[in-house]
Ligand binder design. Structure first.
Ligand code: ATP
Ligand code: MG
Length: 268
């Protein structure tokens, strides 16, 4: 079955298992990880460093093969696809990472960076691509002058705008954001979160949003999955999770947040 039934969530992760083995030691990076994300919604994966968030994201993206379980994205079984089919599916799931500068090609101008995925994935004339680059620049708040610069001439927040524009260039269904705002100052972070929210509304994007910051997760996510040592210990809607955390680990995480950080005002 490769077709997505109308009722199937856009991401379905079922019972993912993965052990990293290295010189006698092994790490359980995913332990029975299951979750679903509906189209147009945001699931946050939260948890401390090493809890398996990025491994889970990489598995969804088809970059990490699990030992067991499966992931369906847009109705396709990610790890059962041919190379070609996976490449086609990749167009529909894009990624934004933490390091603003590291994820961009420093030799290219911003406009070339945003154009690159279009060259690889969609059939547009060079002229059409130029128009689209300008539209994308507008959508993420980059000026024509900034589009002409190279990454090192931009701020961290501006670089994240470039990474977002590049992700959107091929009109994806899913965007995986792995600590995408963690390296930014508080006020810039708020701007980028607001941008991501409004783009989601306009474009119907589905986000898998990874963060160790519960205040950020609370602002962005419809649902939260709390990970610890490779397991999802609790998964719930935002209101429910913050009002009534059930798992002791979630309670611990919530207790560790400075009070002020959980008000929406901190983020906005
Ligand atoms: N390629 C790898 N080889 C061996 N172990 C790995 C590999 N990738 C991740 N791990 C281990 O798997 C566990 C989960 O790592 P992962 O990167 O998914 O955590 P994370 O929740 O994203 O952490 P962080 O918040 O620090 O980014 C960690 O113990 C990590 O050391
Ligand atoms: Mg990580």
């Amino acid at each position: 079955m490769t077709e997505q039934t109308p009722s199937e969530p856009i991401i379905v992760a079922d019972d993912l298992q993965l052990v990293f083995r290295r010189r006698g030691s092994h790490t359980l990076a995913m332990d029975h990880v299951s979750f679903r994300v509906e189209r147009g919604r945001t699931l946050a994966l939260v948890g401390q460093s090493g809890s398996g968030k990025s491994t889970t994201a990489r598995t969804v993206l088809g970059l990490q093969r699990p030992d067991g379980g499966r992931v369906r994205v847009c109705g396709e079984d990610v790890h059962a696809l041919s190379k070609d089919a996976l490449r086609r599916l990749r167009r529909r799931m894009q990624v934004v990472l933490q390091d603003p500068f590291g994820q961009l090609n420093r030799r290219q101008r911003v406009s070339q960076i945003i154009e690159a995925p279009m060259v690889a994935h969609v059939y547009l004339s060079p002229r059409e691509r130029k128009v689209r680059v300008r539209e994308l620049g507008d959508a993420v708040g980059l000026t024509a002058r900034q589009l002409d610069r190279r990454p090192h001439e931009l701020s961290g927040g501006q670089c994240q705008r470039v990474a977002i524009a590049r992700a959107l260039a091929v009109q994806p269904d899913v965007v995986v954001l792995d600590e995408a705002v963690s390296a930014l100052d508080v006020s810039v972070r708020a701007q980028i979160l607001n941008l991501l929210s409004s783009l989601q509304g306009e474009l119907g994007l589905t986000y898998l949003f990874i963060t160790h910051d519960l205040a950020v997760a609370r602002y962005m996510a419809h649902d939260l999955a709390v990970m610890s040592e490779g397991r999802i210990v609790e998964i719930a809607g935002r209101e429910e999770l913050f009002r009534n955390p059930r798992h002791p680990y979630t309670q611990e995480l919530l207790a560790a947040i400075p009070r002020g950080d959980l008000t929406k005002g901190e983020i906005e």
